[in-house]
Ligand binder design. Structure first.
Ligand SMILES: *Cc1c(COP(=O)(O)O)cnc(C)c1O
Length: 386
């Protein structure tokens, strides 16, 4: 079977991890700050805070922006559940903004309309979480403008898009947002096994996130309430978590991230070949805006689906040709947990239409030409015979 995604672990990665196992520090050693510095420099953000998952990064990002009961966070339905769950962890409410029919990212027009309505009913969101779907950056400069006008803060869910650029600027620079969040889960572009990171240009936000990562504890002598300057002395000043990344994970990340540029280039080459070859088929692919270079975490095709079964028939047929596929994503608000909160079909028609038509097909950096040919052939046969 050709998988829809596949991580790459090299001998060098293994050596980097083994070196840590043989060292004095399995956690809270030198590798975590080194990985943070590496990412911060690469994306041109002032601060980076490494944690044990992208989900944890979203959680502490929301807390650092003071999200709490009575507040609202808006995101898109076309994402992994974590983009919405982070609000629920804080006791806040979630709502969803529909996607654009071509870029499959948050629609700025829908966002703008929904904000206008929310202003009338005094129910504006405190935080908006745009998701860089499949690796394509969102139109941050416009979302930021709306944020300034309506007074909401922005967390970019960049879990798909490390290595992507918009107007030649790296995702994660936070020029048009408060915080950006990455995931290093094995299905993502680079991995630490499990892991995540938040970047920001705000020193206070970075400080709060780094405290939340480790129980709310500080040793910073300027911040201590009691002026006891002993090495053993620390203070817990608010309620935090143990969301720390280990040095073992960070070492893997440092080794992996050296190949990021190479990975993104390779993903783009494979994606471009898909786009060219699919041109003649009755399927559509994600429109990438000219300002953007996608990281192509995923490659999704949309088939014309007039009934709910066509997509499953095509998926099964591709499977019979040895090609595994996936769905990214069923609308988050139609998950049973969100239905229990009162969400129903019809909230975001474009995202619902998308989810009936979407099939994620294989894409990973070391995909061989003959593997891609098999996928191309399977798509052609499955779609045309249908
Ligand atoms: C993977 C993912 C997350 C969560 O990251 P984890 O590291 O798995 O916790 C959040 N948002 C999106 C869009 C993701 O794809």
């Amino acid at each position: 079977m050709i998988p829809y995604g596949r991580q790459e672990i090299t001998d060098e990665d293994i050596k980097a991890v083994v070196d840590v196992l043989r060292s004095d520090f399995l956690t809270q050693g030198p590798n975590v700050p080194y990985l943070e510095d590496t990412v911060a420099k690469m994306v041109n953000a002032k601060h980076a805070v490494a944690v044990n998952s992208g989900t944890s990064a979203l959680h502490i990002a929301c807390l650092a922006l003071n999200l709490g009961p009575g507040d609202k966070l808006w995101t898109v339905p076309n994402t992994f559940v974590a983009s919405a769950n982070c609000a629920r962890y804080c006791g806040a409410e979630v709502d969803f903004v529909d996607i654009d029919s071509r870029t499959w990212n948050m629609s700025v027009e829908h966002l703008s309309e929904k904000l206008e309505d929310a202003e009338k009913t005094d129910s504006l969101p405190k935080i908006v979480v745009p998701v860089h779907f499949a690796g394509q950056p969102t139109i941050q400069e416009k979302i930021k403008k709306l944020g300034d006008h309506y007074g909401f803060r922005i967390i970019e869910d960049a879990c798909h898009s490390i290595g992507a650029t918009r107007n030649n600027e790296h995702v994660g620079s936070c020029r048009w947002s408060d915080i950006a969040v990455f995931s290093f889960h094995p299905v993502k572009i680079v991995t630490t096994g499990e892991g995540g990171m938040a970047t920001t240009n705000d020193a206070e936000i970075a400080y709060i996130m780094s405290q939340l990562r480790s129980h709310g504890i500080t040793r910073d002598k300027d911040r201590l309430q009691r002026k006891i300057h002993e090495p053993w002395y620390y203070e817990q000043q608010f309620l935090g978590f143990n969301y720390r990344m280990t040095d073992i994970q960070a070492a893997l990340g440092i080794s992996q991230i050296k190949r990021l540029t190479d990975y993104v280039k390779s993903r783009n080459m494979i994606a471009n070949k898909y786009c060219t070859d699919f041109d003649e088929l009755p399927i559509s692919t994600q429109m990438i805006e000219k300002e953007n270079q996608s990281a192509y975490h995923l490659f999704v095709i949309r088939i014309q689906n007039n009934d709910d079964d066509t997509r499953e028939k095509i998926r099964k047929k591709m499977n019979s040709f040895g090609i595994s596929t996936n769905l990214h994503y069923y609308p988050v608000y139609l998950q049973p947990y969100y239905r229990d909160l009162g969400f129903r079909e019809g909230l975001c028609p474009e995202a619902e239409r998308y989810s009936r038509e979407a099939i994620t097909i294989p894409l990973y950096p070391r995909m061989e030409k003959n593997e891609q040919d098999l996928v191309l052939e399977a798509v052609r046969k499955s779609v045309m015979d249908n």
